[in-house]
Write a protein that binds this ligand. Structure first.
Ligand SMILES: Cc1cc2nc3c(=O)[nH]c(=O)nc-3n(C[C@H](O)[C@H](O)[C@H](O)COP(=O)(O)OP(=O)(O)OC[C@H]3O[C@@H](n4cnc5c(N)ncnc54)[C@H](O)[C@@H]3O)c2cc1C
Length: 503
């Protein structure tokens, strides 16, 4: 059965979350009236320049071709993330976390097999960079969009300017009939039953509606301030709570379709290539380094110590609300929660939340049964992603500062993460454990194997023994050759962007 959509939907906030929500509601429920309210005095956070492959499905669903939006947002393709300097284990100073592709399903079994053999003490190659196509595409600066006739699907995401994406999404939403109001909300009317009745603005208006979407950013004006929903902090698990960002010029050597995440003394820095500049930022813990020292460390890394380039300092509230949907209010985006940006998952969760809500609402309107199941699914998604991010820090194999040593010693781990780590160290079948825990939907087997193998979480090299007859020797020359042949079907990244009018 399909419940009719609410007649009027009010979205508070015009950041990326607000405009993504506006587009999705207008697209799925054309009969509803959608109004977005954004303050003329509170800006958007304006960072958030990397995505997962999920965003491709978002633009496709809205009928927006890449050529229509990518050039307007200075966007580039993203085939995965390269992690640098997270591990001091010889040979494991850097690894690539690829987005899943059908090509890699052919080589993943060898990788998983070799990982298990090495975990159990056999000296076989198990560095992820040997096994997956996106690493090769990035190194060779190829676009992850396959040439015509290539039969296998290759997943990819994007990098983009967050402000420009907001503009594009706003324009698209307005063409679908969304109303935009530039008003500052000063007060939220909550009825006796606990539902939101209306938003009152500084301009003297009362904005009433049936369903309210809180996209007000870290302020969480509706869900946390007005409704008092509990915020569950992840500060015990994830230490980072600040960031400092500054741009550098575009790489003249050409754009690699990858984000880089490079470990620093008290966190890590991102490097995100756009067509007109590279975005950089240092995500750090204020318990281990202060604002000025963090800025100096980032400037030193980027060769900008004597530069006038302005730095932007940001605070992050890391955790999630207990329930994303309460009464007639849904929290989406930073008002709902935030896991630090290491795997760039925030917009992925925005999309999953709005689409999941639409599905749940169509199933049962405001009924508690559908609402509770939805809230449970979203909470598990947050926690599942959090566990994967926590694992980066727990197994990083970097020991040079108190920050890294404390992270490696941190025992504030969920039961699921403890189970995963135990399974890895005991040489158990990780795929079976992932299936049993039901966590493949957050991070699949390849991602877990890349992370743990990528940091060199194996017995010390000196303790490894040559593989005996019980171990199958995979011919990595064949894997190399297969990936190399596949890569020839992918053209130059810069040229692909230029052909679209970008760059
Ligand atoms: C350092 C950092 C790096 C990040 N990197 C990534 C990344 O790589 N990938 C990714 O997916 N995400 C990333 N994120 C997260 C991403 O930036 C956000 O999830 C995304 O921008 C959505 O933000 P938002 O729309 O929820 O909030 P905001 O952009 O803060 O928007 C809030 C909106 O609410 C409005 N508002 C607030 N109060 C009022 C009021 N009283 N009246 C009217 N309007 C009001 C404001 O005007 C504004 O329009 C990153 C975040 C940080 C902090």
């Amino acid at each position: 059965m399909t419940a009719p959509p609410p007649l009027s939907i009010i979205i508070l906030g015009g950041g990326t979350a607000g405009w993504m929500a506006a587009n999705l509601f207008a697209h799925h429920w054309p009969q509803a009236s959608v109004t977005l309210v954004e303050s003329p005095e509170v800006g958007i956070i304006g960072v958030g320049e990397g995505s997962t492959p999920q965003l491709r499905a978002f633009f496709r669903a809205l009928g927006m071709a890449e050529a229509d939006w990518m050039p307007r947002c200075n966007a580039t393709y993203k085939a995965g993330i390269r992690f640098n300097r997270w591990s001091e284990v010889p040979g494991f100073g850097s690894y690539y976390h690829p987005f899943a592709t059908e090509v890699d399903f052919r080589t993943q079994p060898q990788f998983v097999y070799n990982c298990r053999a090495r975990r159990t003490g056999r000296d076989v190659p198990a560095h992820p960079d040997r096994f997956f196509l996106p690493r090769l595409l990035s190194d060779e600066r190829r676009s992850p969009v396959a040439g015509e006739g290539f039969p296998l699907d290759v997943g990819y995401g994007y990098h983009f300017d967050a402000h420009l994406v907001g503009q594009v999404l706003k324009d698209h939403a307005l063409t679908m009939g969304v109303t935009r109001l530039e008003r500052h909300v000063t007060d939220v009317e909550v009825g006796e039953g606990g539902d939101i009745a209306a938003l009152n603005t500084r301009e003297g208006e009362r904005i009433a509606g049936d369903l309210f979407i809180d996209c007000s950013g870290f302020r969480a004006t509706l869900m946390q301030e007005a409704l008092g929903e509990r915020f569950i902090s992840f500060a015990d698990n994830l230490f980072n709570d600040r960031a400092v960002a500054m741009p550098t010029p575009r790489d003249p050597a050409g754009i690699k379709p990858q984000t880089e995440a490079t470990a620093l003394s008290a966190g890590w820095r991102w490097s995100i290539p756009l067509t007109n500049r590279t975005g950089n930022g240092y995500v750090y813990s204020s318990r281990y380094i202060d604002k000025d020292a963090a800025e100096t460390e980032l400037r030193t890394e980027l060769g900008l110590l004597d530069s006038e380039v302005e730095a932007r300092h940001l605070s992050m509230k890391v955790g999630r609300v207990e329930r994303s949907w309460v009464g007639n209010c849904l929290a989406v985006g930073l008002s709902q929660g935030f896991i630090e940006p290491l795997e760039a998952t925030a917009l992925h969760i925005v999309q999953a939340t709005v689409e999941g809500f639409i599905g749940a609402f169509e199933g049962g309107g405001f009924s508690p049964e559908h609402r509770d199941a939805f809230n449970d699914r979203i909470a598990r998604r947050y926690d599942g992603i959090r566990d994967y991010i926590v694992c980066h820090y727990r197994v990083s194999r970097r020991t040079d500062t108190a920050y890294w040593r404390d992270n490696a010693a941190n025992d504030a781990l969920s039961d699921n993460l403890k189970t995963m780590m135990t399974a890895w160290f005991r040489g158990m079948d990780l795929d079976a454990v992932i299936a049993e825990l039901g966590i493949a939907g957050y991070y699949a087997s390849a991602s877990w194997h890349c992370l743990l193998a990528g940091y060199g979480v194996f017995p010390d090299a000196a303790r490894l023994v040559p593989p005996g007859d019980d171990v199958v020797r995979h011919d990595l020359g064949e894997v190399d050759e297969f990936l190399r042949r596949c890569a020839l079907n992918f053209g130059d990244h810069d040229a692909a962007l230029a052909a679209m009018g970008a760059g």
